[in-house]
Design a protein around this ligand. Structure first.
Ligand code: ZN
Ligand code: ZN
Length: 135
């Protein structure tokens, strides 16, 4: 649930990059957009948000590229694991739930960009669901 106070740790596949989130996450949701799909190779991508003040890279370095104007996607420069997403004017940094050491620790509460969902991807109708991004 959003709002719980907990320290989350995670990292990339090869172990070169490790991070910690010391504090509550701000949101959680599964993104079905085409950009996330291409950036990760996944049919949809579960993300959670955190206050950048609570997020720290504890080992290695996150490499970033500007995937859209003002939007940076972060990944491990060695193994390529997608790790973060941040944007100009965004308060939160988004982090891939799947890169957590315990990906079950955060349950996605919403689906976003369902308008771009692949037809064979099933989703939970009972979550908060949005065709695009909630404002
Ligand atoms: Zn790596
Ligand atoms: Zn997306």
């Amino acid at each position: 649930m959003a709002g719980e106070t907990k320290t989350h740790e995670g990292g990339c596949r090869c172990g070169a990059v490790r991070y910690r989130v010391a504090g509550k996450h701000t949101y959680s949701g599964i993104c079905h957009c085409d950009n996330c799909r291409r950036a990760t190779g996944g049919a949809s991508v579960p993300w959670f948000g955190a206050d950048p003040k609570t997020f720290s890279v504890t080992d290695g370095k996150i490499k970033e590229y500007e995937s859209s104007p003002g939007i940076w996607r972060g990944f491990c420069g060695n193994c390529g694991s997608p790790l973060t997403f941040r944007g100009e004017g965004w308060n939160d940094v988004a982090i891939t739930i799947a890169s957590l050491d315990d990906p079950n620790a955060i349950t996605p509460e919403s689906n976003v960009f369902l308008s771009e969902r692949l037809h064979w991807v099933k989703f939970n109708e009972d979550m908060r669901n949005y065709d695009g991004f909630p404002s």
